[in-house]
Design a protein around this ligand. Structure first.
Ligand code: UDX
Length: 434
């Protein structure tokens, strides 16, 4: 089939490359000519493992191309995916749908045959019907259906999440559209991937409810970690004991500094607004959002306490600034709270991250960016692990101690074992453990 994907961000790029890998002919459109030019040279503007190989392969065999002009791409398209950004609107937390509405108008102007218009972006409940209204108003003759097809991609494992999803969710209002969507996902259909075909509203809400639940699950174990510290329990063992219950599951029970990223923070806020506007306030999600926001800020307090109550004039080494490993994405990363707060208390920061430093340098000032972990630790008064990159898991403890001015480690991702670090003479604090 012929597909257009509007938006060459994380979701659009991964979707376009994977649909091409399924054998469809895909045109990925972005209004940023510079971005499109880079993609045409298979220069991928984001770090997502495996994405560059897919783009190179499918661009070479002609199943994937990039362009800025929507009109020529739309001719002959069976489906067009809206994969543009839906950032949290500054100040009130509502999803900003400007790009989505603009996309709907642009698509409407270029419809010349029956086309399925699919929202891949995370959009508030009811947006599908608004898109249909925009299209009908813009082009009364247009023959189309609107579908909701939310993505559940995790950055760093997005290709795998697309190619081997737990389920495909399709919200649509006509059999004709459902048939097109099933054909688009035929390779997954053949491996018996569960398909949830439902209404627009249910499909839109599944996405928000899933993300909000995951954010709540993380926040729950983070609060249990705080209690563990008070009663002398080990949160990793508590999480293991909980997770062995099939009704709970062991995933997303890793206590840490609080969740970040381009989705959970904005999606929880948007869902809270939907609940408030709909007269069904989601108080649990409101609590999750509030607790997480405060937790990320509290992490700086932990570092200050580990340094004897003051970091004034001290050098702090930061290992990891991205919101999670295997990505270069800095959005809502806990480092964006911790680093400025430590600097405000007089700390000098030297940091290292395998992929995030280029982006981070545009977001943080007065940080000395280092080539590797040991350089970051050189002559530092303490080292703080903010992101659990694999390369931080096998650092040489003796070499760390030799580099540091004082052997103090604040391990906010529980990478190391307290007994090992203390045996090596470290003053070691972590999350939810003695
Ligand atoms: C998330 C959802 O997982 C994905 O389904 C959705 O499509 C987009 O949002 P992503 O934001 O890429 O994906 O990353 P994820 O792996 O979910 O982690 C989000 C945040 O939660 C990160 O800051 C991570 O450090 C944190 N986290 C995750 C925890 O603190 N503990 C955990 O156990 C899991």
């Amino acid at each position: 089939m012929q597909i257009v994907v509007l938006g060459a961000g994380y979701v659009g790029l991964v979707s376009a490359a994977c649909f091409a890998e399924f054998g469809h002919k895909v045109v990925c459109i972005d209004q940023d000519a510079g971005r499109v030019a880079r993609l045409q040279k298979a220069d991928i503007p984001i770090f997502e493992p495996g994405l560059d190989a897919l783009v190179v392969k499918n661009s070479a065999n002609g199943t994937l191309r990039f362009a800025t002009d929507l009109s020529s791409a739309m001719a002959g398209a069976d489906a067009v995916f809206i994969a543009v950004g839906t950032p949290a609107r500054r100040g009130d937390g509502y999803a900003d749908l400007t790009y989505v509405h603009n996309a709907a108008r642009d698509i409407a102007k270029n419809l010349s045959r029956y086309t399925v218009i699919v929202t891949k972006s995370t959009v508030p409940v009811g947006t599908g019907r608004v898109i249909a209204e925009i299209v009908r108003t813009t082009n009364p003759e247009a023959e189309f259906d609107v579908c909701s097809n939310p993505e559940f991609l995790r950055e760093g494992s997005a290709i795998n999440d697309f190619m081997r999803p737990d389920r495909v969710v399709i919200g649509c209002e006509s059999d004709r559209a459902a048939t097109v969507m099933r054909e688009l996902y035929r390779p997954l259909y053949l491996i018996e991937t569960p398909m949830v075909v439902t209404s627009l509203e249910s499909a839109e809400l599944i996405k928000y409810a899933a993300n909000a639940f995951l954010a709540t699950k993380i926040t729950f174990i983070n609060e249990i970690a705080d209690l563990c510290e008070k009663v002398g329990a080990d949160v990793q063992v508590v999480a293991k004991g909980m997770g062995l219950d099939g009704r709970i599951g062991r995933k997303f029970l890793h206590a840490g500094p609080g969740y970040g990223g381009s989705c959970f923070p904005k999606d929880t806020l948007a869902l809270i607004r939907t609940g408030q506007d709909g007269g069904a306030p989601l108080r649990l999600v409101e609590a999750t959002e509030d607790i997480n926001k405060k937790r990320k800020k509290n992490m700086a307090e932990r570092v200050i306490a580990a340094c004897g109550g003051s970091v004034s004039g001290k050098t702090i080494a930061i290992l990891g600034v991205t919101f999670k490993p295997n990505t270069d994405d800095m959005r809502d990363s806990v480092s964006l709270d911790v680093v400025p707060m430590l600097q405000a208390q007089g700390a000098k920061i030297q940091a290292y991250d395998p992929e995030g430093m280029k982006e981070a340098a545009t977001l943080m000032k007065d940080v000395r960016w280092c080539k590797n972990s040991y350089e970051a630790m050189q002559d530092a008064d303490a080292v703080v692990i903010l992101t659990e990159w694999n390369e931080f898991r096998a650092l040489d403890i003796a070499q760390m101690k030799a580099a540091l001015k004082t052997p103090v480690m604040v391990d906010l991702r529980n990478i190391y074992r307290p007994e090992d670090m203390r045996a090596a003479g470290f003053s070691y604090t972590s999350i939810g453990r003695k």
